[in-house]
Design a protein around this ligand. Sequence first.
Ligand code: SF4
Length: 371
Amino acid sequence: MKYLDEFSDPDLARRLLDQIHAVTTRPWAMMEVCGGQTHSIIRHGIDQLLPEGVEMIHGPGCPVCVTPLETIDRALAIARRPEVIFCSFGDMLRVPGSHDDLFTVKSEGGDVRVVYSPLDALQVARDNPDKQVVFFGIGFETTAPANAMTVHQARRQGIANFSLLVSHVLVPPAIAAIMESPTCRVQGFLAAGHVCSVMGTAEYPPLAERYGVPIVVTGFEPLDILEGIRRTIVQLEQGRHELENAYPRAVPAEGNPAAMAMLSDVFEVTDRTWRGIGTIPGSGWRLAPRYAEYDAELRFEVDDIRTDESPLCRSGEVLQGLIKPHECPAFGKECTPRNPLGATMVSSEGACAAYYAYRRLDLVAAGEVGS
Ligand code: SF4
């Protein structure tokens, strides 16, 4: 299929791999920021084809995985209310809160609905004027414009029974936090192409300069990933640390000005807690005060939340690239996709789920995890 097959062409992949091997003279460690890139790397075995010593560190760019436990517990508390219809993308329904998940709430009679767009949730609000309709607005800069537009539409159309439970996170402050960690081993970044298609690339050159790391905006297909890796290694070998855009077919340098205007109208920057990692200053968006009436946290007063994370789960270390998923003792034993202990095993972009889907049999055969 055009546009997919052409970025998975095995002959071109082999050529890029040959170039990567030719240019590499020593070990390097680089981080792919986005969980979608992690899945592509593990699914296609790209990390296993790289020169010895070139390591892919899996980053925290899975929105489901980093949504804080407090926010999941708030979602559960709101969804249990009899007057509420709680709408969410499907991947949030199995994310474990302190004690249960949205599927449990649904099975107990809560009105929890899967939607494919926040605008679908707004339609549910129109159709059910006697109910409070809440949409779970999580994600990176990619999902935020649609959520912002939905709140904007709710106000314009006078739909008062709609609100947003917001937990948006931002990539550039996370890159800064990773680089400032004393345990950081990252020498270069594959930046998330879809994030840059919204926000542009202007935030990244100062990060590359401040931390002395190459940052290459990269797509998601195998050839995109290989080209991102190749360009990162070329910069590292030459002692350069610059921003490069290896995904120009989707990323204009200026991003999407209409989406950015909508974001700055509806949201404001705030400190945000990332699940398993902690609070990163200025790393999230919340509704701006002029849209406070659409803030589900204020509408339902769900502040009194006490969280209880599984003591077995080491997803914080996975998300910071400190361990690989199979190095967690619970991987494939207490924790599986059917019985996940942490969000990184639930999400389609989670690193633990990727290793379980594509590496578990190899790891079992190698004796690195139990069968
Ligand atoms: S394997 Fe499961 S328990 Fe271990 S870090 Fe991943 S999600 Fe957490």
